[in-house]
Design a protein around this ligand. Structure first.
Ligand code: NAD
Length: 497
């Protein structure tokens, strides 16, 4: 059985005494590897390696760091295909989807290459007579990242390229469900020329997360995952005096106005609700139809077009989306479908009947659509994280907006309309961190910042872009005067008349 261990101090670190956890191919249900779970001591080895590396790395000039990042970007591009394959094999998503996610990560590296410019401070001359003031942003030290299963390459790359560019060192604790790709990312970092210890990877579960949360050498924690764990990470990390950004779950609404182009809206819903089996934090999981006619037209088109989707393994290039990631998660999603039926929502498309020859043990679920979902139902309130769309029907735009605003999760929200007035009102007022107008998955590009509101983000900073640089640096402001100049009479300043 292939074993996946850790990457500590510039090389693979393995310890046969550590507990292991199975890694599956979700398309077949077969175990394909086992991953070592770091204990506290192993996690400390990684932290100590990063502490040591921090001393020189923080003093390495931003332009030198940028040059290594540039080589890293080239290596990521060269290995794009291999990285995507590693993602698909353990996550289950299609190759084009996996490639797209790796590309998003590479774009954060491209952003981080601009670090000399990004770290430039403000300077004010003569804040007093002969007194100047300027600020600088300095590294915070060892940072840690804890990441979810759904984007094993992209989400880690939201974090460590920016952290490292800012002069910090980093310990990554990826998801134990698909741990191969993060190790590959660390190996490429060494090949690019990052000194050992600048990026360490420990695989593990709560034990290693708690070791990171408790260790006083770790100064900042970036987390992406479910909201209950995000809340735990935020409270424990801040209690231990760390800076914490903890991104949680999502229930992203798309409001469909009566003037929306139904064909384009249908395409957008299909891609965003069912793509990657709905295992995206920016997936649309609720469509809010404004008006009876909108609802009828949309449902008719949606049922017709969704029926054309092909669910299958990543090895079949005709697959539109793959299996859910684990058996436990598959069962959880199935359970939500039963709950929805019991709650009285109408299951107008039932993907549970899907059977794939040769993949009978895979965690495949066809698209499911619930109509007449009400805000008090569990399938509306809770994140399902599968290919399950809820349709809520309302009469007015204001009711639709209220649904977005009242939901406890506020990652993304979108509206489909041709009205400029409605679009502007929605953009300004919707209570969500990322909003889209006629864009179903409004994911900010690398040089903007990614993050939700409400229980979708605990902490003050979103990830990557300018917010990422702020999170991974401490602000220092210097106030300087040179009134006592002892350099000698030849350096005396001319008296200005
Ligand atoms: P998860 O919360 O179960 O796990 C995330 C990470 O936390 C993993 O590394 C895991 O090992 C660790 N972890 C799990 N339980 C823990 C505990 N009790 N204590 C300490 N650490 C723990 O999330 P997941 O199932 O891997 O990922 C799916 C979730 O991530 C969904 O809720 C999804 O919305 C969310 N997500 C959010 C964003 C975002 O940007 N907001 C992006 C991607 C995924």
């Amino acid at each position: 059985m292939r074993k996946i261990s850790h990457f500590i101090d510039g090389k693979i670190y393995t310890n046969s005494k550590l507990e292991t956890s199975p890694v599956f191919n979700p398309a077949t249900g077969e175990q394909i590897a086992e991953v070592e779970l770091a204990d506290t001591e192993t996690t400390k080895l990684a932290i100590n390696s990063s502490v040591k590396a921090q001393v020189t790395w923080s003093k390495t000039t931003p332009i030198a760091r940028s040059r290594i990042l540039s080589k890293y970007k080239d290596l990521l591009i060269k290995n794009h295909e291999n990285l995507a394959k590693a993602v698909s094999q353990e996550h289950g998503k299609t190759i084009p989807d996996a490639k797209g996610s790796v590309q998003r990560g590479i774009e954060v590296v491209e952003f981080a290459i601009g670090i000399p410019e990004l770290l430039k401070g403000d300077h004010s001359a003569n804040v007093g007579t002969n007194v100047d003031s300027f600020n600088m942003r300095q590294p915070i030290g060892v940072c840690a990242g804890i990441t979810p299963f759904n984007f094993p390459a992209m989400v880690p790359m939201w974090m460590y390229p920016v952290a490292i560019a800012c002069g910090n060192t980093f310990v990554l604790k990826p998801s134990e469900k698909d741990p191969t790709c993060p190790i590959m990312l660390a190996e490429l970092a060494i090949e690019a020329g990052f000194p050992k210890g600048v990026l360490n990877v420990v695989n593990g579960n709560k034990v290693s997360v708690d070791a990171l949360l408790e260790d006083q050498n770790v100064k900042a924690i970036s987390f992406v995952g479910s909201s209950p764990v995000a809340e735990y990470i935020y409270h424990t990390g801040t209690k231990n005096n760390k800076r914490v950004q903890a991104l949680g779950g999502a229930k992203n609404h798309m409001i469909v106005m009566p003037d929306a182009d139904i064909a384009k809206t249908t395409d957008a819903i299909i891609g965003s609700a069912f793509g990657s089996a709905g295992e995206r934090c920016m997936a649309i999981s609720v469509a809010v139809c404004v008006g009876k006619e909108t609802s009828e037209k949309l449902k008719e088109n949606l049922l017709k077009e969704t029926a054309k989707l092909k669910v299958g393994p990543y090895t079949d290039e005709n697959s539109d989306y793959g299996p859910l990631n684990t058996k436990a998660h598959y069962e959880k999603v199935l359970n939500y479908i039963s709950i929805g039926e019991k709650e009285g929502a109408k299951l107008i498309m039932d993907g549970r009947k899907i059977k794939l020859q040769g993949y009978e043990n895979g965690y495949f679920l066809g698209p499911c659509i619930f109509d007449d979902v009400k805000p008090n139902m569990a399938i509306y309130k809770e994140e399902i994280f599968g290919p399950v769309l809820s349709i809520v029907n309302v009469e007015k735009y204001n009711e639709a907006l209220k649904l977005v605003d009242d939901h406890e999760l506020g990652n993304g929200a979108a509206i489909f309309t041709k009205s400029g007035n409605i679009a502007k009102h929605f953009t300004e007022n919707a209570q969500a961190g990322m909003v889209g107008v006629n864009v179903p998955i409004p994911v900010p590009v690398a040089y903007h910042s990614f993050g939700g509101w409400k229980k979708s983000l605990y902490g003050d900073h979103a990830m990557h872009g300018p917010e990422g640089v702020r999170f991974y640096t401490k602000l220092k402001t210097a106030t300087i005067t040179w009134v006592e100049d002892n350099a000698g009479p030849e350096f005396t300043l001319p008296v200005l008349s």
